[in-house]
Design a protein around this ligand. Structure first.
Ligand code: A3P
Length: 289
């Protein structure tokens, strides 16, 4: 306890939060053989990029109404549940994961399941991930300070590894698998015009919704509404694991909160690393709106 490094589990070169279960590594490996269904939606994102938000939106599009989903995305996450638990989830399933394309259950790729990839600018991701890490002190045994955190983030010494490796890997996947249905949505675009993004998403999913319903879903899934509607539900299961019993999955929900955390020097250093790591990328992240 009190460490400056996160306590993590390494399985086949990837880093995961360590849940203390001796079977964890075997279960992660076994998930590669999980069976897919053709109507599964696979929601992929680097941690803290808006998974709770998009999961709720996708579930509402599928159910065709803007009413709160009485379930949690954690119960549908490849890394958190066993292949047996996944097999009994009723269709249509919205499976979520921080895995890269090559690590997904092979059957999901063979059955050409629709993939939704969420991207978020890495400065806000770093701030959000920091709060996640210090909030789950029993899990990560981490009590580092913000001033030292960015080097962990930049060097990928965090669960699911480097942000940059993650986005490069997906960019390569999209390039190499032009016929696999992959829909990219940016957190910043969702903030800027949620209804437009909900419409784009529904089109990708092949679901036709009225303009009113699109607006209603965007509104029902706004940060303020999800704090009100989801957090109470979510608390039951997760409150106790969080420091001060305060879950961080609905923390601030803004674009640009990083400006309240980054010093000028940290920002310059980050920009330098970003320019270097993203030199060959076509992805365009927005750091402010
Ligand atoms: P912050 O820590 O910056 O507030 P994930 O769900 O992938 O773990 O991502 C969590 C981040 O998404 C947190 O970011 C959280 O506040 C934000 N978030 C959750 N619900 C949101 C919503 N409805 N609208 C905007 N942001 C949301």
């Amino acid at each position: 306890a009190g460490g400056d490094l996160l306590t993590l589990l390494q399985v086949d070169g990837e880093l995961y939060p360590y849940n203390g279960d001796v079977e964890q590594a075997n279960e992660i490996r076994a998930s590669a053989n999980a069976k897919a269904r053709p109507d599964d939606i696979i929601l992929c994102n680097y941690p803290k990029s808006g998974c709770h938000w998009m999961w709720e939106v996708i579930k509402m599009i599928l159910q065709g109404s803007a009413t709160t989903i009485p379930d949690f995305k954690e119960n549908h996450m490849i890394e958190l549940i066993t292949a047996n638990a996944m097999a009994v989830i009723p269709s249509p399933r919205v499976i979520n994961t921080h895995m890269k394309f090559a690590q997904l259950p092979r059957d999901m790729i063979e059955k050409r399941c629709k993939i939704v990839l969420i991207l978020r600018n890495p400065k806000d991701v770093a701030v959000s991930f920091y709060h996640h890490h210090i909030g789950l002190v029993n899990l990560y045994q981490y009590e580092g300070k913000w001033e030292n955190y960015l080097s962990l983030f930049n060097n990928g010494k965090v669960d699911w590894g480097s942000f940059y490796d993650y986005v490069h890997s997906w960019e390569k996947t999209i390039h190499e698998n032009p016929t696999h249905p992959i829909h990219v949505v940016y957190y910043e675009d969702m903030k800027a015009d949620s209804a437009a993004e909900v419409r784009r998403l529904a089109n990708f999913m092949g679901v036709s919704l009225s303009d009113d319903l699109i607006e209603a879903i965007a509104e029902k899934c706004s940060f303020q509404n999800m704090v009100k509607d989801k957090m109470g539900l979510e608390d039951e299961k997760w409150r106790k694991v969080w420091r001060d019993e305060k879950p961080r999955m609905y923390r601030k929900g803004e674009v640009g909160d990083w400006k309240n955390w980054f010093t000028v020097a940290q920002n310059e250093e980050f920009d330098r690393i970003y320019a270097e790591r993203m030199a060959n990328s076509k992805l365009k992240f927005r750091f402010t709106l």
